[in-house]
Design a protein around this ligand. Structure first.
Ligand SMILES: [Zn+2]
Length: 129
């Protein structure tokens, strides 16, 4: 099974941003790399011209940096629903779709999916920053 490894900094940033924007949705880009079966998430980037709304969040695709280290997108679900919507999957960028689920307390509130909507195992990488 493919795993998604979250650096501790990434975990903290995702949880704090989601809490801060609640009840609006937050959306961020994820920088990282793939090593064999693992997708490693190393950095959270705020996307250009982001809109954080109630029940939606978006950014300007045409303003995205051309950056091949962007491996996916994370957004929050203030509703607490841990599954991606059809829109989430249709608008997916990169290899991994990460959802931060209310109440955003710890890694149990972070779920990841591939482009087929299949659940990926999320692991916190404690090997260093
Ligand atoms: Zn969503």
């Amino acid at each position: 099974m493919r795993r998604v490894l979250l650096k501790k900094d990434v975990l903290v940033a995702l949880l704090e941003l989601s809490r801060h924007l609640h009840p609006n949705e937050v959306i961020v880009l994820l920088r990282g790399k793939e090593i064999k079966q693992d997708i490693i998430l190393e950095e959270v980037l705020l996307a250009p011209a982001s809109v954080y709304g109630r029940g939606f969040s978006e950014f300007r695709l045409d303003m995205l940096p051309i950056d091949f280290s962007i491996i996916g997108v994370a957004h929050s679900h203030p509703s607490g629903i841990p599954t991606p919507s059809v829109d989430d999957l249709n608008n997916m960028i990169g290899r991994v779709l990460v959802i931060v689920v209310a109440p955003y307390l710890n890694e149990k509130h972070i779920v990841a999916y591939n482009s087929k909507g299949e659940s990926l195992q999320v692991v916190v990488d404690v090997s260093g920053s």
